[in-house]
Design a protein around this ligand. Structure first.
Ligand SMILES: [Fe+2]
Ligand SMILES: [Fe+2]
Length: 211
């Protein structure tokens, strides 16, 4: 059994469960029917992803509960964040879906064919989730005074929060690094982050754009 891969799949499986819980909560709190339906669809898809990764772990002869356990603290802490700041909420949603996409794109290159085929179906859903989160963020930025400056600040907060949540327990990122090709992985994440920030008219990491 490939231990490093079991650890990564454990982290991803638990991450998908948290994404499911998050989308379910969004659906319950939705201000209108259209939003509610959209998040119900996302929730159903995240649950499918979670179950699929659990099944891949089982197929590899691993115990899914054991594989997920080390990442609970970090991911629970990360997702427990509460804010009534709409810009921050939208930035976290957008960048969060995006990081998941980058990780999955990289992961599909280092796993067996069967797992890669499953990941492809997950990516298909996630691309749609990211587009939805991007649309939400754009509409928040359009209606918020000083939206861009606040989004830049929120993106920095998110990066810090991601690092801070990983202080206790195992972090998913360390699990990914252990699979190998860490430089390629970092490149994919940093490149993806910069691309997404540019897409909303900001410099990478929310740094001020030089004029
Ligand atoms: Fe997902
Ligand atoms: Fe998603």
């Amino acid at each position: 059994m490939n231990t490093a891969l079991v650890q990564v799949l454990g982290a991803v499986a638990y991450g998908e469960l948290k994404a499911y819980e998050g989308a379910k909560a969004e659906a319950a709190a939705a201000p209108d029917e259209e939003t509610r339906l959209r998040f119900r669809k996302v929730a159903a898809e995240e649950l499918r992803h979670h179950k699929g990764f659990v099944a891949r772990l089982e197929a590899m002869g691993a115990d899914p509960e054991r594989a997920m356990r080390p990442y609970r603290t970090a991911l629970d802490t990360y997702h427990a964040r509460q804010t009534d700041n709409q810009v921050e909420e939208a930035v976290f949603g957008y960048l969060g879906e995006g990081v998941a996409d980058d990780l999955l794109q990289w992961l599909r290159k280092v796993v067996d064919d069967e797992t890669a085929a499953f990941i492809d179906t997950v990516i298909e859903d996630e691309v749609e989730h990211e587009a939805g989160a991007a649309a939400d963020l754009r509409s928040v930025l359009e209606t918020t005074p000083n939206g861009k400056a606040r989004a830049a600040r929120a993106s920095r907060t998110m990066l810090l929060h991601m690092l801070w949540s990983g202080r206790r327990g195992a972090t998913p990122m360390v699990a990914f690094m252990r699979v190998g090709r860490p430089a390629e992985l970092l490149g994919a994440i940093l490149g993806g982050h910069a691309r997404r920030m540019r897409a909303i008219g900001l410099a990478p990491f929310g740094l001020p754009i030089p004029v």
